[in-house]
Write a new protein. Structure first.
Length: 254
């Protein structure tokens, strides 16, 4: 893992959180999302410092975490693909793998990060993604119905693409294998291809997920790893969803 560059996407506002703070500063049981994620990342003792992509009210993140971090700024909020591209000039010269995580995944574990990175390196894949297979979209999992993209596979089980909910048809929306937005990329391939992303979708954004389809079309190796603990990928998108996650965390002492 010594040649891995972690990129944390923390530029968003989170419009439905009923707060003027950056979404990454939302509190879960007294700790901000970003604090929890940084504690997890730094526990891995990686030799390359992570890049934190900031944008909306970046000064608030600087106030909370100081200047002893490697920050990149996303000047316009144009999607996850654009956010990763914003980090390119802040990456370490020796990195060979890029691991991307969202700044609103406060419960991701060190083991999940290590599993994805180690599998990526051992399999020599171009793209490695984490996936979650839900039993249904009931109870607190109902938020996953609209919040997560769907994993599209071929008849042999190979990953074809990831389709965001707003771009999915009715059949695709029934798929219960969802994208938790955890990725590892071959660095050289990533930086050679990320400029080819288009924003021809329902949100007019540059989706990082479109790189999966791009890799498939180039007949590159794509590996998908099941994430066993569903709570690790819970990304609250509203105050109600945050309250649900807080209730679960208090019960589970997380």
């Amino acid at each position: 893992m010594k040649n891995t560059q972690i990129i944390i996407l923390a530029a968003g506002k989170g419009k439905r959180m009923e707060s003027e703070e950056p979404k990454a500063l939302s509190l879960l049981c007294g700790k901000s999302f970003l604090e929890r994620i940084l504690n997890t990342v730094y526990s891995l003792n990686l030799s390359i410092k992570p890049v934190i992509v900031v944008g909306y009210k970046k000064e608030r993140i600087f106030e909370e975490f100081g200047d002893n971090h490697n920050y990149a700024e996303q000047l316009e909020i144009l999607g996850t693909g654009h956010a990763v591209l914003s980090a390119k000039n802040h990456t370490h010269k020796d990195h060979k793998t890029v691991f991307v995580i969202s700044g609103d995944q406060p419960l991701i574990s060190p083991n999940t990060i290590k599993d994805i990175i180690n599998t990526h390196n051992n399999e020599n894949s171009i793209v490695t993604i984490g996936t979650i297979l839900l039993s249904d979209f009931d109870d607190w999992r109902s938020s996953a119905y609209t919040n997560y993209g769907r994993i599209i596979r071929d008849e042999n089980g190979g990953v074809l693409s990831i389709t965001e909910f707003k771009d999915a048809n009715e059949e695709e929306r029934k798929i219960k294998e969802v994208n938790p937005a955890i990725y590892a990329f071959d660095a050289e391939w990533l930086w050679n291809n990320i400029n080819n992303l288009k924003n021809l979708n329902a949100q007019g954004e540059y989706y990082l997920t479109d790189l999966v389809k791009m890799a498939q079309e180039q007949k590159k190796k794509i590996v998908a790893i099941p994430v066993s603990n569903i709570m690790e990928i819970f990304q609250p998108n509203s105050k109600k969803e945050l309250e649900q996650l807080e209730e679960i965390c208090l019960k589970e002492n997380l």
